[in-house]
Design a protein around this ligand. Structure first.
Ligand code: AMO
Length: 435
């Protein structure tokens, strides 16, 4: 066996585990060169892998440069100045993937000192920054915990098509796609399909998928493509069932990230999440009451729950209930899509505002065929506009409702990010469709 083969065959030790090993152990570590420090007689290299960092020591100059992917064989040695008090003295270094020396941003730098546009312009490299990457490890946990919780209550995960024949959330904000000469759209939400799956007999479904909004504005809270965490449930009595369910989901997510593998990400961002008891105090207030509270707190007469009102309402909830979250219920009919269950001039619907931002919209749906057909003209719609959607209700559908949480908005608010774009791996906005 050649020396290289022997190196490859040795088990690879995760960087973060080196500090737990005895001095003098023969090890192989592999990863990216994070930082190089040349001191003449010796040089120090910080190696980065998925688990963390380890310090490597070379006699003389270092044979490696930043971002090169290397495999290093060596022996552990105590050094109180090394992370965790242990480093690796290199014996053999093999370059697995060389890196050019002209990187436009330094991966070892602090992402907070670089503007969001620069971070996004160089996304392939900025995603390597441990603090940036950590955000997506957290997101992976959020998604896992969301699914875990719902499966525990007999929800089935579905994946529905993102190519649709007609809009689900109103006619604006649709991206058109040329589908073999026919004009179709990218789904604004899985709204119709998740309802169809309740009526299919699954009764309880959830979906984690992309949603597309052709909104032209460029704000810190909008993306043109986002990940929607959708829930739909049959046989509900009303929207309190849905809000209770959402609090259960969020408590499970918050507990899971506070106490699990993503805890270090919260620490790095100096972030925290509410505990179960605090979250259970989230008030539920009517739309009109919400407007009054927001008007009072902003000193302006508000006719709508605009972003300023959302912030004012969360401040109010924190002051009055000790939680920076509030459910606003009973939105007026003209503010909700045609599929929402009407209650006089209002609707059986809600938004959840968290830390000053709407993170969820939900509601009870119209499941009665005749009632739905009668509602359509009020929205300037005809049954023909809806294709097969009405079939869901024509052939028997239970009372049902659901909601959708925007993954990036939730991440943004958990970590206290200024701009939602930071919480999207490869964000899509007015100017950006690559990388
Ligand atoms: P809505 O359109 O309010 O409701 O969207 C639900 C949630 O999705 C997120 N969201 C967005 N996130 C980033 N950028 C955007 N442009 C964007 N638009 C929406 C928000 C929002 O609260 N079908 C209904 C949901 C339902 O009733 O089940 C819907 O899509 O977090």
């Amino acid at each position: 066996m050649s020396e290289t083969d022997a190196t490859q065959a040795m088990e690879r030790t995760p960087a973060a585990e080196i500090s737990t090993m005895a001095a003098g152990t023969e090890v192989r570590v592999a990863g990216w060169v994070h930082r190089v420090r040349e001191l003449g007689q010796v040089s120090f290299v910080v190696l980065r892998d998925r688990s963390g960092f380890v310090q490597i020591v070379y006699d003389g100059p270092s044979p490696v440069t930043p971002e090169t992917v290397v495999s290093i064989q060596g022996r552990t040695a105590s050094n109180e100045k090394a992370p965790g008090g242990m480093e690796v003295k290199a014996n053999a270094t093999e370059v697995l993937g060389p890196a050019a020396a002209d990187a436009p941003i330094s991966v070892a730098g602090d992402p907070d000192s670089i503007g969001i546009e620069t971070l996004l312009d160089h996304r392939i490299l900025s995603l390597r920054m441990p603090k940036v990457r950590g955000m997506f490890e957290l997101q992976s946990e959020i998604v896992r915990l969301f699914a875990d919780y719902l499966r525990g209550f007999d929800f089935t995960e579905v994946k529905t098509s993102k190519l649709i024949g007609s809009g689900t959330e109103g006619g604006t904000g649709l991206f058109e796609v040329d589908y073999f000469g026919e004009r179709v759209f990218l789904a604004q939400s899985p709204q119709f399909y998740k309802q169809a799956m309740v009526a299919s007999g699954l009764e309880r479904v959830f979906e984690i998928g992309a949603a597309y909004r052709a909104e032209k504005h460029d704000t810190p809270r909008h993306l043109n493509e986002y990940v929607s965490l959708d829930v739909e449930m049959g046989f509900i009595d009303g929207i309190d069932d849905l809000m209770d369910l959402e609090l259960g989901i969020l408590s499970h997510i918050f507990d899971g990230i506070r106490d699990g593998s993503a805890a270090s990400v919260l620490t790095e961002y100096g972030a925290s999440v509410p505990d179960r008891e605090t979250l259970s105090r989230t008030p539920r207030i009517d739309y009109e009451e919400a407007k009054n509270i927001a008007s009072e707190r902003t000193g302006k007469r508000l006719f709508d729950l605009n972003p300023e009102a959302e912030r004012a309402l969360c401040d109010w909830a924190l002051a009055e209930h000790g939680i920076e979250a509030v459910f606003v219920t009973g939105f007026p009919r003209k503010k909700r899509p045609f599929y929402t269950w009407p209650e006089g001039r209002q609707t059986a619907s809600f938004d959840l505002l968290f830390r000053g931002l709407e993170i969820t919209t939900g509601g009870k749906r119209i499941h009665d065929y005749e009632m739905l057909v009668a509602e359509l003209p009020k929205f300037g719609m005809k049954p023909e506009d809806l294709g097969d959607y009405l079939t869901i209700f024509r052939y028997g559908c239970p009372p049902h409702g659901g909601f959708a949480i925007g993954l990036e908005r939730l991440t943004q608010k958990i970590l206290g990010l200024e701009n939602i774009k930071a919480a999207s791996l490869f964000p899509r906005d007015r100017k950006r469709v690559r990388p």
